[in-house]
Design a protein around this ligand. Structure first.
Ligand code: AMP
Ligand code: GLY
Length: 420
């Protein structure tokens, strides 16, 4: 089979690596891929947002199966366009991807189908948003409606911060059209859990739970990022909670999407907060999380491509999806300055990091220049270690990170610390 992977981050690297293990695979292409993916796949410099370019590439390279991994091409309808020309895809249609691409849609869906989530109001006018912000309790959460590269959410501690967030979205259009509508939401408290789930619209199979670390600095300080590290499983996610989530959140969401004529097929990401009032949905994403995928997929025993094809063909119920009884710890090595401005083009010295037991290094923002691997993004590497227990996985991941150097390299030193 000829496989096409859309995207070029750490998530796409882990997906490519595990798909490459399937004996049915003869050739993998990646658009645009990255320095690590290029060892496994032929990369072409077509952006993941260039849907026309992706479709013509797929047509001319006899692609049998495509995996559309990032949010942007899903929101732009990459799956719809590829399926139209007969190419089978893993990933939701544009209509189903709205569960991530419009927070107003997602919140309305949860309200309509009684899925537990934070109380909220929607605003399209600055004045009304400001008046509301002036009168309500803090902390308060301000969210841009649309996609904003993981940066559209502000947890405001006071009116000043809320005002800045509202102005940045609605007046300064920092997130373009994504910020024309905003949501102001009640601030929830409790441990956060990510549950990725395979679903074909009939069956939902949750993967092992995980814990992302979204803030830039140790101690959960600093701005939100795309994710600075992950552990799996998440120790706060007990079997009782998992049972509640299945009944009250996962199945109702799949049903709701079916009823709305937006059947979701692919990986549905449930961002949950375990509050004193029970688990609530913080957000849905229409795809694997990044770096959650780099921590969770290494624990999966079942062949990834087989599961993805079963999802596409709506026969997920036939495949027993199994996970190892082990732990992952994934530490992101980022460029100094991320998530704000940063410089790129620095050579990466990996030392013998990959020789550390249980460690795999996934490239996020890297490329090859003059035969060397250099930095090309904010999040540069996702270093994951698998071990029998979390403490060992953490030690191994940090041992490997300690062997890697590039100019401006920065990472959080407390990934998983709160779970020990
Ligand atoms: P999102 O982009 O929706 O994942 O939000 C980014 C992060 O903001 C989440 O992972 C939470 O840590 C935080 N957050 C979002 N919504 C809320 C909320 N209602 N209450 C508390 N924290 C939130
Ligand atoms: N790590 C969070 C996300 O992928 O949205």
């Amino acid at each position: 089979m000829n496989i096409l992977i859309i995207g070029g981050g750490g998530r796409e690297h882990v997906i490519t690596k595990y798909i490459a293990r399937n004996p049915k695979v003869s050739k993998i292409y990646a658009l645009p891929g990255n320095g690590g993916i290029s060892n496994l796949a032929e990369c072409a410099s077509i952006s993941a947002e260039d849907i026309g370019g992706i479709v013509s590439f797929a047509k001319s390279h006899a692609i049998d199966f495509a995996v559309v991994a990032p949010d942007d091409p899903l929101a732009l309808g990459a799956v719809d366009r590829l399926e139209e020309i007969g190419i089978k895809c893993f990933g939701p249609t544009q209509k189903a991807a709205q569960i991530e691409s419009s927070k107003v849609f997602a919140k309305s869906l949860m309200t309509k189908y009684h899925i537990p989530t934070a109380k909220f109001e929607v605003f399209t006018e600055i004045d009304k948003a400001l008046s509301y912000a002036a009168l309500n309790d803090y902390p308060m959460v301000i969210k841009a409606d649309g996609l904003a590269k993981g940066k559209g959410v502000t947890v405001a501690e006071n009116f000043q911060q809320a005002r800045e967030a509202i102005m940045s979205c609605m007046r300064d259009k920092s997130f373009g059209a994504s910020g024309e509508r905003i949501i102001i939401e009640e601030c929830l408290k409790g441990p956060e859990v990510t549950v990725l789930a395979f679903t074909d619209g009939k069956t939902v199979v949750p993967m092992m739970s995980s814990m992302d670390h979204k803030r830039a600095y140790d101690g959960n300080k600093g701005p939100n990022t795309g994710g600075m590290g992950v552990i799996a499983p998440n120790p706060f996610y007990t079997p009782e909670i998992a049972d509640f989530c299945m009944k009250r959140i996962f199945l109702p969401t799949i049903e709701a999407m079916n009823k709305e004529g937006r059947t979701f097929k692919g990986c549905l990401y449930f961002g949950l907060m375990l509050t004193n009032d029970g688990p609530k949905v913080i957000e849905y994403n229409c795809r694997f999380g990044d770096p959650e995928a780099e921590a969770v997929l290494p624990l999966m025993e079942t062949d990834l491509l087989d599961v993805m094809m079963a999802v596409r063909d709506e026969r997920l119920a036939e495949i027993p999806v199994k996970f190892r009884d082990a732990s992952s710890c994934c530490v992101v090595c980022a460029s100094s300055g991320y998530p704000a401005k940063y410089l790129t083009g620095y050579t990466i010295d990996f030392g013998d990091a990959e020789a550390v037991e249980g460690v795999e290094i996934f490239h996020a923002g890297t490329k090859i220049a003059d035969g060397k691997i250099v930095t090309s993004g904010g999040r540069v590497l996702a270093v994951n270690a698998v071990a029998d227990d979390l403490a060992t996985a953490r030690d191994k991941a940090y041992e490997a990170v300690g062997k890697i150097t590039f100019e401006g390299m920065r990472y959080r030193s407390d990934i998983g610390a709160s779970a020990l």
